[in-house]
Design a protein around this ligand. Structure first.
Ligand code: GDP
Ligand code: MG
Length: 163
């Protein structure tokens, strides 16, 4: 099966850490489209027997036209448009923030299959933040630790079920 997956979410939730884990040592291709300051990164990823194209993104932010935030938002939108399925990642230790809610609302409107993933779940401090995410309207969150490689089997199952 060949498909494209985009990792979306506000800055600092661990998108690039998850990207690097799924792409492993394979070379990431940099999309250096002129005018895009924080380019999305693309790579060939694998998770168990799944092979797929993966986009890392900088994070959706509101900003006036032409600003860095605006270009980041456009880049994120382009990654979503070019993907078959996406992961919405949030930081379960921090819990659901207004920016996460903003992302979730945007993704609910996008009508793309979304897998909601709670990151940084190696800590017990993440437990409340996992339950909070049920309110986002994107289904049950997968508890993951991108840094420690925990929850990847559950992520695999969620992707297979969603595809
Ligand atoms: P991005 O801005 O969403 O791409 O986030 P990064 O991948 O750059 O990670 C932001 C910070 O979160 C870094 O300090 C990472 O080391 C840290 N981080 C990423 N994944 C985890 C995780 O599973 N657990 C913990 N505790 N920290 C993580
Ligand atoms: Mg990043």
């Amino acid at each position: 099966m060949n498909f494209t997956l985009a990792i979306l979410g506000r800055p600092n939730v661990g998108k690039s850490t998850l990207f690097n884990r799924l792409v492993g040592k394979r070379l990431a291709i940099v999309d250096d489209t002129p005018g895009v300051t924080r380019d999305r990164r693309a790579g060939e990823a694998s998770l168990s027997d799944l092979r797929f194209n993966l986009f890392d993104t900088a994070g959706l932010e509101e900003g006036a036209e032409g600003t860095l935030e605006d270009r980041m938002r456009q880049q994120t939108q382009a990654a979503l448009d070019d993907s078959d399925i996406c992961i919405m990642l949030y930081d379960a230790r921090q819990g659901v923030t207004p920016m996460d809610e903003h992302f979730a609302a945007w993704l609910r409107r996008a009508e793309k299959p979304v897998v909601l993933v709670a990151n940084k779940c190696e800590s017990h401090k993440a437990q409340d933040g996992i339950y909070e995410a049920y309110g986002l309207g994107l289904g049950e969150p997968i508890a993951l630790s991108a840094e420690h490689g925990q929850g990847l089997a559950e992520l695999y199952r969620a992707l297979v079920d969603t595809l």
